[in-house]
Design a protein around this ligand. Structure first.
Ligand SMILES: Nc1ncnc2c1ncn2[C@@H]1O[C@H](COP(=O)(O)OP(=O)(O)O)[C@@H](O)[C@H]1O
Ligand SMILES: [Mg+2]
Length: 1079
């Protein structure tokens, strides 16, 4: 939100007309227009607020605005009605000055709205609390009730107040509202019976008919249809933006809040209904024989209903409409009423009934909102009264109203000037007389007790004889002829004889706000305001409590023959009271202006505004205000506002503010006649000077703004830089900390390593020393133990037996042996003779025993094994044993034969039918039968032969035929030769000279060489008569072939021989057998 510190800031046009330069009507209106166009509807003339009606809702009446204006100085913020209300309320509360707020302006200018704004502002800012809120609510809610009964739609305003209203709000010493008193002035009662074209009757009639429930209407004998009622104009019954039905509810509610009882509300509505019914009573003429016109009621139905409503007797009322009783001293004269008179009587009754009802309402509201009597109340009066009115045809009402405005102007001039004067005196400023128009003379013309217009009107009305409006005008022409402000065609001064703008039946008054032409017609009647006594008596007779109160003069017991006071007299009287009341108070003015006639927003009609500005006397107002000094301001705010204009006062002035202002003015070389120094304020004569100051200030502010900007930017950059610097230090600090931490960690770990090495080294050194020490200690202990032992033994030897040591030794040995044997028993190896395992020796000294036991166990195991042999198996093993004795470690072939069992008969010669013949040729049992190769003597090649061995001989047979080729008796064999190698060659050497030896020795080869030789050797040995057969094992032996002896030589074969044994005849003396190498 924009913050303003002075009215002068951001001002649209000129906020205070006093500062308008040059001051003329045109510039005045141009300024108003300019501000109005910018939605600035308020403008000041000093402390007076000019209010333009915006005819639309502006966002300037919000609770925020209330807060904004609360407790602020009047000239601090832009012009607003709230500023005035605040000023008034604060000086009431704080300075104990009673206030009045005078709101003037023509119909539709916004007076009533303004008064409501003031009241709502005061209600918002004054104290709070349950009791206070109730009072506030009642005060505020009195408005809708009075508006319903006193406002109507007119051509100028849809909600025009048709009465003047003055409300005193009473406050306690704290400024909390206590209650109020409302005074009403001159209700426009003629409206009840007749409304100008385009206007309506009072709102309440329409509200009742549209808003009341069917039930209520039935009780009131009313019909919803407006057209049924003569008193309701139809052409504008419905008004745009006015919801009568809703308003009726609002009014009912407001009445309840204000404190009306339910039966009171009912009575009020009954009277309203009665007025409507009254309007429907119509009369018809009826000629009577004596020639007098008489009237009769046309349709008595409405009369009847009305009488039922009011509880009157129909005949009484009927009579009151037909006759008039005039009472003079002792006489009573009764005359009949003609139709016109009957209608006059009816309307007079309706008007009176309604206006009295309205006055009663005001009294009733006052009763409710009355403050408890206390020693002293502070009072704020709000006057919402009709403004100056100039119509084409002006009558008594306008005259009265304008008189009232004239009085208000009078009081305004008086108070404003007085105030101004007082201020100058207070401030010690020399007072120069101010030229202005004083309207006291006009007031005198109207209200003077001897020759004032009102006094003369009353005189006319009271004068016996025929009194008409013309006689009244004649009187004026005579008496006021010389008055400067009275104009009439026929006035005695004859100044206006030729003035054709002045009709004969009119007179003109030069009011302070302009000339107004009044038509004399109706003045007398309206002033008399007659209601026939028969009617008031009829009303008093009604069985209706409210009616009785409204027509007290109808009470026959209190017949008062004196005429009631005239309307003019009453008004003058109440205006007098009002003025006296206002004079005791501090006035605050709100002058309302209507911008256009169309009730439209955004339209500003210059001529219309100009007219209002004139008759409201606003120019006068400005002039009066400017007569002395146009502008004044207390020293402190003045210095505060302009101190930047002078080096000595900027930025701070240490001394008193007044001196500061003096220095300032001197420095600015403002002409001395342009200002004066008061006690607390500086007074500036011309607005020019003020604007000069303002302009200088504006320029200076720009420079200051630049300066502030400069300083601010510098500050901002500096703080930014400092922040960066600070941040950099923080970052650096953290980084350094981090780096140092790392360095420290490295040093620490290095130190730890060094330390650990050193400590290790020290510890090891220490350990070594300790170990050495310990060893020394142990050695010492051992030596000392032995030494002690020796000594002890030496000591005790004599006590031991001589062989005790041996016994102990034996016993120990026994124990060890026992343990050894028991251990052996549990770890014995298996009974297999080939099992080589044996437990490890436990003691060194048992070495010999251990291996002996192993051997013994083995032998025992073998014996056990052997003892389980059968005879055959025994034989087999004997053969194997013999083979071993013969060949073991002598012939390489032997090793491979060990695992081969000796089968003997490989050919199954006894069973195989192929060898049946051969078998049968054998006389002995065949011990061995196998196929062998007989080596050819000539070339060394082999031929397969069956080799048979019996108990007596060796037989060689053809393998295919089985034919015996040779049979050698065993005794003929002398020896057998074999090589040391792994071949199967063997030579059977025959006894020289034996029969078998003719063909020479046999050189054979067999796969079962070992078995054959073994069996041969055994058999030969068992033959009783034979010698032991020699077995010759060597790699070279001689063989007898027929006649030659051939050497058979065995050589280790080369690789080209492969695996097979090959035999070659090298020469007739050498047969070479090459044997594959066994390695
Ligand atoms: N401050 C305002 N803001 C908006 N509308 C306003 C304001 N003042 C007056 N009006 C409008 O003008 C109409 C007439 O105002 P009102 O106060 O009844 O006039 P007055 O009492 O002077 O005859 C109101 O009904 C309302 O529509
Ligand atoms: Mg009004």
């Amino acid at each position: 939100m924009e913050v303003k510190t002075s009215l002068l800031d951001n001002m649209i046009g000129v906020g205070d007309m006093v500062l308008l330069e040059p001051l003329s009507e045109d510039s005045f209106i141009a300024n108003l227009r300019n501000r109005f166009d910018h939605n600035e509807i308020y403008t000041y003339i000093g402390s007076v607020v000019i209010s333009m009606n915006p005819y639309r809702s502006l966002p300037i009446f919000t609770p925020e605005k209330v807060e904004e204006y609360r407790n602020r100085n009047f000239y601090e913020l832009s012009p607003h009605i709230y500023a005035l209300a605040d000023e008034a309320y604060r000086s009431l509360r704080d300075q104990d000055k009673d206030q009045c707020i005078l709101i003037t302006g023509e119909s539709g200018a916004g007076k009533t709205e303004a008064s409501k704004l003031v009241m709502s502002y005061v209600a918002a800012v004054c104290g709070k609390g349950q009791e206070v809120n109730k009072v506030k609510e009642q005060l505020l809610q009195s408005n809708p009730v009075l508006e319903a009964f006193g406002n109507a739609k007119t051509v100028r305003n849809d909600n025009s107040s048709r009465f003047g209203k003055y409300m005193d709000i009473e406050f306690d010493f704290k400024g909390d509202p206590l209650g109020g008193v409302i005074s009403n002035y001159l209700l426009e009662k003629s409206r009840v019976v007749k409304q100008p074209r385009g206007e309506r009757n009072f709102h309440i009639f329409y509200q009742l008919l549209s808003g009341a429930s069917d039930d209520t209407l039935k009780k009131l004998k009313l019909d919803r249809d407006f057209s049924k009622y003569n008193y309701l104009s139809l052409d504008s019954a419905a008004v745009n933006g006015l919801d009568d039905a809703a308003n009726f509810r609002t009014v009912r509610n407001a009445m309840q809040i204000v404190g009306f009882m339910e039966d009171e509300v009912q009575s009020v509505l009954e009277l309203v209904a009665a007025v409507l019914k009254l309007g429907n009573i119509e009369f018809k003429p009826e000629s009577r024989c004596n020639g007098n016109d008489e009237s009769r009621i046309k349709d008595k139905n409405d009369l009847k209903e009305m009488c039922e409503l009011l509880g009157t007797e129909q005949t009484v009322l009927e009579r009151a409409f037909s006759y008039r009783t005039v009472e003079a001293k002792q006489e009573k004269v009764c005359t009949t009423l003609n139709v016109a008179q009957a209608y006059y009587a009816r309307d007079a009754l309706a008007k009176n009934l309604y206006s009295r009802l309205f006055s009663w309402l005001v009294t009733r509201i006052n009763e409710s909102i009355k403050a408890a009597p206390k020693s002293r109340h502070k009072v704020m009066g709000v006057l919402d009264i009709y403004g100056f009115e100039i119509f084409e045809e002006n009558s008594f009402e306008q005259f009265i109203i304008n008189y009232c405005n004239e009085k208000l102007q009078q009081i305004f001039i008086e108070l404003t000037l007085r105030e101004e004067q007082e201020e100058y005196v207070r401030e010690g400023i020399e007072w120069t007389n101010i030229e202005y128009f004083n309207n006291a003379i006009i007031c005198d013309l109207i209200e003077n007790h001897q020759n004032g217009i009102l006094a003369m009107l009353d005189e006319e009305c009271l004068r016996p004889g025929t009194v008409t409006d013309e006689t009244f005008l004649d009187k004026l022409n005579t008496i006021c002829a010389e008055h400067l402000h009275f104009e009439s065609r026929l006035s005695k001064s004859s100044k206006f004889l030729t003035d054709h703008s002045l009709p004969h039946n009119c007179f003109r008054i030069q009011h302070y706000a302009g000339k107004v032409l009044y038509r004399a017609e109706g003045f007398v009647d309206k002033n008399n305001d007659l209601l026939y006594r028969d009617l008031s008596q009829a009303m008093y007779k009604a069985n209706h409590s409210l009616m009785k109160q409204l027509f007290p003069e109808g009470n026959p017991a209190k017949v008062n023959l004196k005429r009631p006071p005239t309307a003019g007299f009453q008004f003058r009287h109440s205006v007098g009271t009002l003025m006296r009341n206002l004079q005791t108070k501090n006035p605050n003015y709100i002058r309302c202006i209507k911008p256009n006639d169309k009730k439209a927003s955004h339209i500003f009609t210059d001529s219309l505004v100009c007219h209002q500005v004139r008759y409201l006397g606003l120019m006068e107002n400005v002039r009066v205000r400017r007569a002395g000094y146009a502008f004044r301001q207390a020293y402190e705010p003045c210095l505060e506002r302009y101190k930047m204009l002078c080096k000595r006062t900027w930025p701070h002035w240490r001394g008193p503010a007044r001196e500061g202002v003096e220095v300032l003015m001197a420095d600015l070389t403002v002409p001395a006649e342009e200002f004066s120094y008061g006690r607390s304020k500086v007074f500036i004569r011309n607005p020019r000077t003020l604007f000069f100051l303002e302009e200088r200030r504006r320029q200076c502010l720009q420079d200051l703004a630049t300066l502030i900007q400069k300083i601010y930017r510098g500050w901002k950059c500096r703080s930014h830089f400092l922040l960066l610097k600070k941040s950099q230090i923080v970052v650096a600090a953290w980084y350094r900390r981090y780096a140092q931490q790392n360095k420290y960690k490295r040093i620490k770990s290095a130190t730890t390593v060094v330390q650990s090495y050193t400590r290790g080294w020290q510890a090891r050194k220490l350990l070594r020393e300790l170990k050495y020490q310990k060893r020394c200690e142990e050695a010492v202990t051992t030596i000392s133990a032995y030494w002690h032992g020796t000594q002890v033994r030496r000591e005790y030897r004599k006590f031991f037996r001589a062989n005790a040591g041996k016994k102990i030794y034996n016993f120990t040995i026994q124990r060890i042996m026992q343990k050894y044997f028991l251990g052996l028993k549990s770890t014995m190896p298996s009974m297999s003779p080939i099992d080589k395992s044996w437990p490890v020796k436990p003691y060194l000294f048992l070495d010999g025993v251990h291996s002996d036991l192993r051997r013994i166990f083995h032998l025992w195991r073998c014996k056990k094994y052997r003892s389980e042999f059968t005879e055959e198996k025994k034989a087999v093993f004997e053969e194997k044993l013999e083979a071993s004795e013969i060949f073991k470690d002598k012939k390489a072939l032997y090793a491979s034969s060990v695992s081969q069992p000796f089968m003997g008969d490989y050919l199954e010669i006894s069973k195989n039918p192929k060898y049946q013949k051969l078998n049968s040729a054998m006389d002995e049992k065949v011990l061995l039968a196998d196929v062998v190769n007989k080596i050819n003597r000539a070339n060394g090649k082999g031929t397969a032969r069956i080799f048979l061995l019996t108990k007596n001989s060796v037989v060689l047979a053809d393998q295919k035929t089985g034919q015996v080729k040779a049979s050698v008796p065993l005794p003929d064999l002398t020896s057998v030769s074999v090589s040391t190698q792994s071949d199967g060659f063997f030579a059977l050497k025959l006894k020289e000279g034996s029969a078998s030896a003719i063909k020479g020795d046999f050189l054979l080869s067999s796969e079962h060489l070992i078995e054959i030789i073994t069996k041969l050797h055994r058999t030969g040995a068992t033959a009783a008569d034979s010698e032991q057969l020699n077995i010759d094992i060597s790699d070279e032996f001689l063989v007898q072939f027929k006649h030659d002896k051939v050497c058979v030589k065995f050589i280790q074969g080369g690789p080209k021989n492969g695996n097979s044994v090959s035999c070659k005849r090298k020469n007739n003396r050498l047969l070479e057998v090459s044997v594959p190498s066994t390695v």
